[in-house]
Each structure stands twice: as structure tokens, then as C-alpha cells.
Design a protein around this ligand. Structure first.
Ligand SMILES: [Zn+2]
Length: 68
């Protein structure tokens, strides 16, 4: 299910995590050359991606909402 990004935080390993509208969290790592999300490095890039939708597998699975 497509869900919009409403915010971000970092996890214990300093990786960026997107907070989705549905209440689920999803990693948005920039780990080249395998995972390329250079936009996540800069605050301006992250702000630009607010409202962008990601495919949320947790919704498809009916997973409970994530929390910190
Ligand atoms: Zn979800």
C-alpha cells in the first residue's frame, strides 16, 4: 500500500527512517552502490520528499503501528 512520508528520525545505527502516514516506519538508507537515496543525506532533500509515497509492506501484512 502506498503511504506518504510525514517525517523522519534516525535509528540506533544512525540510519534514516521515514515515518509514514499509516504509522509505520521504513528505512530510507543511502548505501551506495546498492541503495541510492542521496536525497536522504541533506535536510533539503528530506523536506522535498515529504508527502512522497513509499510502498508500505507492513500495511499489506496488517502489522501494528511502529513506535520509538
Ligand atoms: Zn504502513
Amino acid at each position: 500500500m502506498k503511504q506518504a512520508i510525514i517525517g523522519y528520525h534516525k535509528d540506533d545505527e544512525n540510519d534514516w527512517v521515514a515515518q509514514l502516514h499509516c504509522g509505520h516506519f521504513q528505512h530510507v538508507r543511502h548505501n551506495p552502490p546498492f541503495i541510492n537515496r542521496p536525497w536522504v543525506i541533506e535536510e533539503a532533500g528530506r523536506l522535498l520528499m515529504l508527502g512522497f509515497t513509499l510502498e508500505c509492506k507492513k500495511c499489506d501484512l496488517g502489522a501494528p503501528k511502529d513506535s520509538y
